[in-house]
Every structure is written in C-alpha cells, then in structure tokens.
Write a protein that binds this ligand. Structure first.
Ligand code: PEP
Ligand code: CO
Length: 457
C-alpha cells in the first residue's frame, strides 16, 4: 500500500547521515504544514504537454544548474537564466516549428547524488558535499555535517525563486522578437563564424516577418515549469499533498530519478510510484533494457501517455549503439514514453589538472546523433535537458567562444558539474535548429519520393 512515507521501508541509496533524527522529524513536520510551491493544475498541464511532446507536437527545453546553491538565489542570476531559456525557446519555436515548453532545473535543484560518501583532502576525510539542501560545500567538519534546518532554507529559497520567476516582467522580453537583437556581432562578437551568421540571418528574417504580420504581444504569457532530482525523500514527502483524492508532489512540476537511485523496488522508485506528477528517468549506459522496462512498468502501470519521460545521457561515443537498443526495447513493450536527450552527463571528463569539464563538440555530437537515431527508429525526440547558466562562466570547453582547458580556472563557479555559458547555450540551440532543418529536408525528400513513387505506381 503506497503512502507518502512508504519509501522509508525500502532500501535507499545516497542518503545523508543526520545525527539528530528528532530535529529532522521536527523539520519534516514543519515543512509538511507550509504551503505548496506549485499547483496541481500546473502539474497536470505539464503532464499533458509531455504527452504531446511524445508525439512531436511540442518540445521540452529543460535547463539550469547542475546544483543550485543558496548563495545564487539572487534576482540577477535567476533573471539571466530565465532570459537565456526564453531566448533559446524563441529560437527553437522558429527552428523546430512547434511550441517550446520551458522547464527550469530551478527552485529546488539543491540535492546531489555523489559517487563517494567521503572526500579526502591532504589526508583528511570528511562527508562529501551533497548539495545545499543537505550540507555546506566548505571543506570543514562542522559545515559538512548534514543539517535538517537546511531543508527549511531550501524550501524558502525555492519559493522565493519561483515567486521571482513569476514576477519577471515578460514585456521586457519583447526585444528578443526584434530582428536587431539577433545580430551576430552583438551576440557573438566581431568574428562570428559563418555557421552562426548563416543561422542568425534566417532567424532575423523570420522575426522581421513576424513583426510585420502580427500584433506586438505574440509572446503571450510566459509559462515556466520547474523540475529537480527527487533525491531527498524527506523533503519530497513533506511537500506531497492530497488533492481530490490524488497525491501530488507540489515542490516541483516534474521530479526525476537520477541514475544512482533508479533501482526497481528502491525507496526512490517507491516514492515516485504514488504521485500524479509527470516523472522523468535518467537513462545512462549502465542501465540495461530490462532494468529500464521494469522501471517504466513500476512507475506507469497503466501505460499512460505523459507520465514517463526518458532522459537519455549516454555520451557521444556510446549513444550510437545504446540508444537504438533502448528505443527498440520500449517499442517492443508498446510503452508510452517521451524521449528527451541530456547530452551533458555522459560527456563529463576530467582534465589533467583534475578539473571536471565537457567538450562542446561532444555535447553537440550526442544531440545530433540522438536526433538522427530517433528519426531512423521512427520515434520523436521530445526534448533536451541541459546544464546551463546565464553567466559568462568557463566550465565547458570549446564552442565559438573557444574556451580552452587553461581558461577553465578563470570563471569556474559550479560546485558540481560544468554548465554551458550563455553563448555556448545559444550556439547549441543553433545546432539543434540546423539538425531539425536537415531532418525536415530529409523528411520532405522522403515524402516527395514516396509521392513520386505513388504517382508512378
Ligand atoms: C544531474 O542531472 O545532475 C545528475 C546527477 O544526473 P545523472 O543522474 O544522470 O548522472
Ligand atoms: Co549534473
């Protein structure tokens, strides 16, 4: 029998070691009496949009920090991230020819799975940093101790973040619909590559056409949804609420289960099984097809469209042979899923200096390959999932801004995984648009061929 606490009876991975259980209990009680952060109507709407993404009618753009930090809950940083996501979605609306659903890794992406329990520096071992919801990143015994009061702080900052996103004046974004905004020199500097110039020229043509055809407010209301990894189950439990006899996680619209906690029958799957939200599953190279199928069945026993999004993160070297297998396994079972590509997490590497990074070209490569594979398998790529920031960080290598390994130390701010900066994220968007265009041309050629054949026949 499922309940918001039934996960506690199952095996659990990635749990913080709280010293004071009663303090934790007290915080959970307090949290569970506070107002929810999102509404059940929004959750249901996103679930419906997910179902439409599976059919290629809309496209999901998920993005944000690997790990949000409490210190970064600042209006400027939030504004720039929302602005970047909006710019990317405008480009994609044009390039993909369909509505884009924006889902920020925001307002709650505070808990991180880690590969080791402890971190050792100069012979001293301390509990690892597990995200701001759990402990402090500073390498000091006291700060690394999990502190339940941080759950309340995380909740408050998530709520402030959401409130701020909802108050952003969307009219200010009208400038992005002006052809002038997409001037390559303005965005990428004097030496924008021919690829960037060519892509942006088309975008400018489109926006100038729109300007002439429609009233100014074609942007309409800015819908913005949130997602985060449902890792800290005490937090998720406390924000799980019963509405009209159904249970909703009202801390976020779309929680996901990470690679490290996605074992069938585990506490994390048990928790996600009982809520109404759309749920995403990260699919990595270590996952077998049987494993994936049993997760889908456990989380979506009635095989309802929109409930499951599979976020594949396989790496540019392995996506070519792994993704077709997963797609075929899902097809064989006739499972309804929405496919989404995370080209970040399978492409993480460590430089000789010990810095975690990702190569822009590898990210683009996994994205392009995923798109082509879905096309050849007759499935839709329904979305992308990125780690990005609106700041000019130097965390990923490459791209038009040509960040080299020796630049990484200049503006590396992520506490966990490397993010695309503003320019890299826009450039990646241009690549996605180009791949779509090529695909469309191929489709067009293919359908022309068929028509021609029919005609002959
Ligand atoms: C993440 O999305 O930051 C993450 C840890 O992902 P994964 O579980 O896919 O490794
Ligand atoms: Co990450």
């Amino acid at each position: 029998m499922w309940s918001p606490t039934s996960w506690q009876l199952k095996t659990l991975e990635q749990q913080a070691d709280y010293r004071d259980e009663s303090a934790l209990e007290q915080v959970i009680t307090e949290l569970s009496q506070l107002p929810p952060l999102v509404s059940p109507q929004e959750v249901v709407r996103l679930r419906e949009l997910n179902a439409r993404a599976a059919h290629g009618e809309v496209f999901l753009l998920q993005g944000g920090d690997c790990a949000e930090t409490f210190a970064d809950c600042k209006p400027e940083a939030i504004h720039r991230k929302v602005e970047l996501m909006l710019q990317m979605s405008l480009l994609l609306t044009y390039g993909l020819g369909k509505p884009i659903v924006r889902v920020g890794r925001m307002a709650g992406q505070y808990a991180k799975p880690r590969s080791a329990h402890t971190e050792t520096v100069d012979g001293v071992s301390l509990p690892c940093y597990r995200g701001d919801l759990i402990n402090d990143a500073t390498f000091c015994q006291q700060k690394r101790q999990p502190d339940p009061a941080r759950l309340l702080k995380g909740y408050s900052l998530a709520s402030l973040t959401l409130n701020y996103i909802r108050t952003i004046d969307h009219d200010a974004f009208q400038e992005f619909c002006s052809p002038d905004y997409w001037d390559p020199v303005h965005l990428f500097g004097q030496h924008a590559s021919p690829f960037i110039q060519e892509q942006l020229l088309e975008v400018r043509r489109a926006f100038s056409l729109i300007q002439h055809l429609t009233p100014k407010n074609w942007l309409r209301q800015l819908d913005f949804y949130t997602c985060h990894e449902a890792l800290h189950l005490h937090y998720e439990q406390a924000l799980t609420r019963k509405v009209e006899n159904k249970w909703f996680n009202l801390s976020t619209h779309m929680p996901w289960v990470g690679m490290r906690t996605a074992k069938p029958g585990s506490g994390h799957i048990e928790y996600l099984r009982g809520i109404e939200n759309p749920v995403a599953i990260k699919v990595g190279p270590r996952m077998s097809c049987d494993w994936l199928i049993s997760l889908c069945k456990e989380l979506n026993p009635n095989n309802e469209a929109g409930r499951i999004t599979l976020i594949t993160r396989l790496g540019h070297e392995q996506v070519g042979h792994l993704l077709p297998r997963f797609i075929q396994a899902v097809k064989k079972e006739s499972l309804k899923v929405t496919w989404c590509c995370d080209p970040m997490h399978g492409n993480t590497e460590v430089t000789d200096q010990g810095v975690k990074t990702r190569h822009f070209d590898n990210i683009v490569s996994e994205l392009r390959q995923s798109l082509a594979i879905h096309q050849s398998q007759g499935t839709n790529l329904g979305g992308i999932h990125l780690e990005l920031t609106g700041e000019a960080v130097t965390e990923c290598v490459g791209g038009h801004c040509a960040i080299a390994e020796h630049d990484l130390q200049r503006a590396y701010h992520s506490l966990v995984d490397p993010r695309l900066n503003h320019n890299q994220a826009l450039e990646l968007t241009l690549h996605l648009m180009e791949s779509y265009k090529k695909q469309e041309v191929n489709n067009q050629n293919a359908s022309n061929r068929i028509n021609w054949q029919n005609h002959l026949g």
